[in-house]
Each structure stands twice: as structure tokens, then as C-alpha cells.
Design a protein around this ligand. Sequence first.
Ligand code: SAM
Length: 221
Amino acid sequence: MGTLSIVATPIGNLEDITLRALRTLKECDVIYAEDTRVISKLLARYSIAKPLQRLDAAKEIKKADEVIARLENGERVAFVSDAGTPGISDPGARLVAHVRKELPDAKIEAIPGPSALATALSIAGLDATAFTFLGFLPHKKGRQTALKKIVVSEIPVVLYESPHRIEKLLKELEGVSRITVARELTKIHEEVVSGTPQDVSAHFASHPDTIRGEFVVIVTP
Ligand code: SAM
């Protein structure tokens, strides 16, 4: 029976990869990736050449059957998402669930590493003994209900947001007293801005070039 390794990869800075992750990627028989072009950059940086297969959210179950066949064949299979920890607002969870169900004897191992939510919390300077992670809010159905819950939460709430929607989200959060927005973590333009949603909106409005990249929003009670 083979091994399925779920490998966390950098969220920006390509140096943020563990020795174990590199060894796993070097020693596996095949790498399944959310997007083979994205992982190719990381592999090129570390001179790793491996057969690559695409396994994105749309094909997760179909491709999981292929992974199962490989594991039955004794192969070592690695799975990586585009950035950070697979399964966290990324493909991976259905692959793991399917393999656990269909091939209970297969070894599934975690190769831990970065995740944007832990990275943001580590430099937000707030008590993260307990927090709620909601990832991306639904775009339509359920959004208002989620926002109402966030406003009354007694512990920090961590959200993911894209540059296209960050201004809308900041407007919607205007009822809360304080937020922290962490942008472009581990990259050259890494930035953390805190204040009321209005303060943070004003900051981005006065630096329009900064409404780019990737955002973690932490709502503080
Ligand atoms: N699996 C990833 C993880 O472990 O964090 C999350 C993938 S999710 C598709 C992508 C979202 O994560 C982005 O829209 C952003 O909200 C957040 N994110 C990822 N990289 C980031 C970074 N370098 N800085 C800030 N946020 C980031």
C-alpha cells in the first residue's frame, strides 16, 4: 500500500517550505497539484522534477479514484494546493475523505507548513487563544447571516478575501469596532493595517496601489 502525503507549500515567500516537504516532493512518485503551473515554480526553485497531475476542486473525486489506484499499486503520492495548507479554503479535504473511505489501510500523512490564517494571527498582536475561522464568506446566500454572527462574536473571527471584494467586505463590516487586515503576507509588500473598518478603508483609499494581492481580515470583538 502506498502513501498519500498532504503537503503544505509557501503562501508567498518560496523559502517558507519545510525540509520534510522538500524531501517528500523529491521522493514521491507523482505530485497531484491544484494547478500544475503554480507548483512548477516552486519545484523549479528547488530543482525538483516529478510527474505532475492536476487535481482541482472540479475534478477532486474523479482524480481521487486515480490516486487510489496508485496507492493500491504502492506508489507515494503527494498532493499540494496552490498555496498554504491543502484543505483550508482549498481542495484536499474531499480527496482525503474519499481515500479514507475507499482505502482505509492507506497511509495518509500530513506534511504541515504555512497557512495564511495562522500567519496573520501570529503578527496581528491580539489574543488568539480562541478564534473562529470562516474563510471566504458566501457571496450571496448566507452572507448576511454570517455578517450578523461576526458582529456579535465574542472571539476574533478570521476571514479570507480577494482584492476584488475587499472594499465591499470592509463596508459590510462597518458595524464592528476593530479589524486587522493582513495583506501580502510573507511577500515584499506585506502589510498589516488595524483600526475601525472606516480607518482601514480610508487607508486603502489613500493608497489605491495596495488594494492588490491577498487579504486576511480579522474581526476583533
Ligand atoms: N490554503 C491556504 C491557506 O492555508 O491559507 C488558503 C487558500 S485560499 C484559496 C486563498 C486565500 O488565502 C486568499 O484569498 C487570502 O485570503 C488568503 N491568503 C493566501 N495567501 C496569502 C498571503 N500571502 N497574504 C494574505 N492572505 C493570503
